[in-house]
Design a protein around this ligand. Structure first.
Ligand code: SAM
Length: 214
């Protein structure tokens, strides 16, 4: 869901960097062939993620929720020389497509695909993540956060997607009937109150919670 009026959104995209041809092709193929294509970050959010990554210049990026690989390719643009991006998804059917696009990326040697449940894979990866993107099953957002936060170096950034859940986070009547919404509301409140991090909720697309560990 876009929160900006369509003309403002179009103007914003028109005055932001374009997607690379590889990302535009991945965007098109995802919409043509894959279920739930709106899960893909897309042009504007993708450029925001790429810009943040270029500002951070991470050595180690962890992505939870690869889908077709769009956001991973955006984060890869900012990787430090010799850096690594590890991305996890439970849906093995998407792996051949992700792999095909990763091979075409100038950063292909730095990209690692992991297939399985993120709660099981994360504890097997012992790297000092300086950028983490949480974008998988909403009911595990808090679990992912708790699993990682004590192991992250000072200054590490966590970005969590969809934290506005199409704006429903402000409507308490929905909380009980939507478990994902309930989980996101609890996640937002929990991280906002956590003295180990500072945070800003960016109202970009479906909401990006950006957290920096002290
Ligand atoms: C919103 S999509 C990710 C979109 C992608 N980050 C992008 O912006 O292009 C969420 C992905 O999380 C994956 N997923 C859901 N539950 C998961 C779990 N328990 N472990 C790992 N991946 C999971 C889904 O298969 C789906 O591909």
């Amino acid at each position: 869901m876009e929160f900006l009026p369509e003309p403002i959104n179009a103007y914003t995209e028109a005055h932001s960097m374009p997607e690379s041809e590889l990302l535009a092709q991945l965007n098109r193929e995802t919409f043509e062939k894959v279920l739930q294509p709106r899960m893909l970050s897309g042009h504007l959010q993708g450029r925001v993620l790429a810009m943040l990554s270029k500002m951070i210049k991470p050595q180690y990026v962890l992505e939870i929720g690869t889908y077709t690989g769009y956001s991973a390719l955006c984060f890869a643009e900012g990787l430090a020389p010799g850096g690594e991006l590890h991305t996890i998804d439970v849906n093995e059917e998407l792996t051949p497509m992700v792999d095909r696009y990763f091979r075409q990326s100038p950063h292909s040697a730095q990209l690692y695909i992991h297939v399985g449940k993120a709660m099981e894979i994360i504890p097997t990866l012992h790297l000092p993540w300086d950028l983490v993107f949480i974008d998988a099953d909403k009911q595990n957002y808090s679990n992912y956060y708790h699993l990682l936060i004590n192991h992250l170096p000072s200054g590490a950034i966590i970005i969590a997607d969809n934290v506005l859940w199409s704006g429903k986070v402000v409507d308490p009547q929905n909380y009980k009937s939507d478990k994902d919404l309930q989980a996101l509301v609890e996640f937002n409140a929990m991280v906002h109150a956590d003295s180990r991090v500072e945070n800003v909720l960016f109202p970009i697309r479906d909401g990006l919670m950006v957290l920096r560990k002290y």
